[in-house]
Structure formats: structure tokens, C-alpha cells
Ligand binder design. Structure first.
Ligand code: PMP
Length: 383
């Protein structure tokens, strides 16, 4: 039996989402190409896409036309950063981001460096916070864009994006937020916070993988260079046939997440309390997440003198947890996020991420506590 505790990597689709999605695939369903608006089959699909876009915009409290569908947050982050940079180079060539962003932001920044952009990678404090004053100090007359994630995928830390947004707006600098881990979990009222671009990935909140969006505030007035050339879909910003079934699933999942937000949050908080109460019985537990400023569904922790690789190998058929982010595991490099936070030694090499969600139960957490406790004891007995 493997207990899944890697919800930050991806979530299973909600049964209600699967139910909705099924009606957009087969011959009896709404399977048409949403761009084939010369006939009824295509028009029905187009209506479904536009209804979903409106539902998503309502959840985020933004304009319907400001939502551009993408394959997920990786693509949305690429589109935001490369799109703004390449279309607005005349306004400046400097971008500010942080050293703890997801690889889809960091590697995009590396690519932009090759194109002549200057990037400042800010370091967080030991808790994972990016200080507004560091952003203020980093700006130059050339600063075009600031890109900071709302919630970190390894620690769950929540940045004060409202404060950064106000500052960026006051300086006329574009502000992009990677909301892959926060959308559907924290209230995002885009009419209240002056964010220019925001990336969402639906598989983090119980929709299938392969769908997300980039929100572009006042899209008509922002120049953005598209990543792809093609059929002109999404106002020319993202060519490619729209995936109707995934888009309706995305909208359904975001609506459910909105309705259940408090319930899901409280559930995660209860599970986190249970988990940490249990694991605190183990000597040398170190919690790397800042519990007061993190989403409760992600906990990052280390055990003194225990390497994460040894722990994970022994646990892999029992509980699915991860070390560093799923996207960079497979390499034995320790987490660059924790390293940037100033975490070193045992604590760095021993760090594991446990993340849970809507379908996790108290029994799963109990099982995980038992298995982790036994495995840590076994490993300690070996030395
Ligand atoms: N940003 C963050 C913070 C993430 O956690 C992830 C998913 N690991 C991504 C971006 C990439 O999202 P996607 O899987 O939709 O490409």
C-alpha cells in the first residue's frame, strides 16, 4: 500500500471534475474544435470554452478576456517572462526575481540572460521570505519586470504579493506572480491587487494535468510576444487548438476549490498538526517550513543525521513523499530553495517535503508517522 503525500507535485482529479470532463470527448459529446465556429459542433465547444473562461474570471475577480489558456504554469511562466521581455525591451532590460522560484521561472530567466537581459536573483531570509526592501534596492531605471511566486512549492511559504504589487505599480514596473501552488487555496482577488501577470496550473487543485492559464491584466494594453506561431487562438497569444475537456475541468475544479476553500484549508491544518505532533516524538526533527506563514498542505522537514535519499528509498513503496521539487528530483542535488534560504549540512541534505490535500485522511497521516518513525530508527541503528 502506498499512501500519496505528494499533493504539491500534483493532485488526483476530483470525481466531480472527471464527471464534467467526460462530456467533452466522444462522438455523443461536445468534442468539436472550439475554433471551428462555422458549424454547430465547433460552436458548442467554443461556448463551453467561453463559459469556462467566464467562470475562471469570476473566481479570480478579473476580466474574462484577460485569461489566456496555456498547458500549465510552466508555459504561462515562459509566456509571461519571455513575452513581456521580448515585446518591451525598449522600456528596459532588467528583471528582478528570486532564487527560490520554480525552475520554469529560473530557467526562463537564464534564457533571457542569453538574450542580453540582466537578472537579479534575490535571496530570501531563513524562513523563505523575500523582503520588499530588497526588491526596492534592486530596482534600476532599466527594471522592466518583477517576478515573485505567491507560494513556494517546497516549503509552502506565502509571500506578501500584495505589497510587492503595490510597489511595482508605483514604479510602473510589470509584476508577474507564479500562483501555481496558491491558486484554489488562497483567495486571489485580482480586482484588488495590481498584479499584471499571473500563472495558474490546474493540476495542483484537482483538475487534470496539462492545463492552466496566464492572466494578463488589461490584455489589450499590454504587448506580449507569443511563444508559438500558428492558428491565432487566444487573441494570437497562444496558438494551438484549445483543449475543451481540460478547460471545462479547470473551471469546475477552480469553482469547487473556491467553495471548499475554508474546508480544504482547515482539513490540511488538522492533518499538519497531527503529522507534526506525531513526528515530534522523533529525536532531531527540524521543521524547515515557517508554520506561521505557510500553506498548511506543504511541510518541509529534516531529521538530524538522516539523508533524504536513504529515507525516501526505504519509504518509496509505503509513502509517496519527495525531496526537493518533483521537477528536479532524479538528481541528487539538494534543494536550491533551501540552500538559498541559508539551510546547510544535514538539514539541507535531509530535507523532505510532505504534502497532502482533499483526499488525505487522518489514517494516512498516522500510517506515515509510523513508517517514518520506524525508518528513521532503522537508519539510526545502522550507524
Ligand atoms: N510553478 C510552481 C511553483 C510549481 O509548483 C509548478 C509545478 N511543479 C510549476 C510552476 C509548473 O507547473 P506545470 O506543472 O503546470 O507546468
Amino acid at each position: 500500500m502506498t499512501i500519496y503525500l505528494d499533493y504539491a507535485a500534483t493532485t488526483p482529479a476530483d470525481p466531480q471534475v472527471i464527471e464534467v470532463m467526460k462530456h467533452y470527448l466522444g462522438i455523443e459529446d461536445i468534442f468539436g474544435n472550439p475554433s471551428s465556429i462555422q458549424h454547430h459542433v465547433g460552436l458548442q465547444a467554443e461556448e463551453a470554452v467561453e463559459q469556462a473562461r467566464a467562470q475562471i474570471a469570476a473566481c479570480l475577480n478579473c476580466r474574462i478576456k484577460d485569461i489566456v489558456f496555456t498547458s500549465g504554469a510552466t508555459e504561462a511562466n515562459n509566456l509571461a517572462l519571455k513575452g513581456i521581455a521580448h515585446a518591451n525591451q525598449h522600456l528596459g532590460n532588467h528583471i528582478i526575481t528570486s532564487a527560490i522560484e520554480h525552475k520554469s521561472v529560473l530557467d526562463t530567466c537564464k534564457a533571457l540572460e542569453q538574450d542580453g537581459f540582466k537578472i537579479t536573483y534575490l535571496r530570501p531570509d531563513i524562513d523563505g521570505k523575500i523582503a520588499l526592501k530588497d526588491i526596492e534596492q534592486a530596482i534600476t531605471t532599466q527594471t522592466l519586470l518583477i517576478s515573485i511566486m505567491q507560494v513556494n512549492n517546497e516549503t509552502g511559504f506565502i509571500q506578501d504579493i500584495a505589497a510587492i504589487a503595490e510597489f511595482a505599480q508605483s514604479k510602473n514596473i510589470f509584476f508577474h506572480v507564479d500562483a501555481a501552488q496558491s491558486a484554489g487555496k488562497l483567495t486571489l482577488d485580482l480586482s484588488q491587487i495590481p498584479i499584471d501577470l499571473l500563472s495558474i496550473s490546474a493540476h495542483k487543485f484537482y483538475a487534470p494535468k496539462g492545463i492552466g492559464c496566464l492572466y494578463i491584466r488589461n490584455r489589450h494594453n499590454v504587448s506580449l510576444k507569443p511563444l508559438f506561431n500558428g492558428g491565432g487562438q487566444e487573441y494570437g497569444l497562444r496558438a494551438g487548438t484549445l483543449a475543451t475537456h481540460q478547460i471545462v475541468a479547470f473551471a469546475k475544479a477552480l469553482m469547487i476549490a473556491g467553495e471548499r476553500q475554508q474546508q480544504d484549508y482547515d482539513h490540511a491544518l488538522n492533518l499538519r498538526t497531527q503529522l507534526l505532533t506525531g513526528l515530534k516524538q522523533i529525536d532531531g526533527l527540524i521543521i524547515n517550513s515557517d508554520l506561521n506563514n505557510s500553506l498548511p498542505n506543504i511541510v518541509n522537514l529534516s531529521f538530524k543525521n538522516i539523508g533524504a535519499d536513504m529515507l525516501l528509498i526505504r519509504l518509496q513503496d509505503k509513502i509517496a513523499i519527495s525531496s526537493a521539487s518533483a521537477c528536479s528530483s532524479g538528481t541528487i542535488e539538494p534543494s536550491y530553495v533551501l540552500r538559498a534560504m541559508g539551510i546547510e549540512g544535514d538539514r539541507l541534505y535531509g530535507a523532505v517535503r510532505i504534502s497532502f490535500g482533499r483526499f488525505s485522511h487522518a489514517e494516512d497521516i498516522k500510517y506515515a508517522i509510523d513508517k517514518i518513525t520506524a525508518t528513521v530508527q532503522e537508519l539510526r541503528a545502522l550507524v
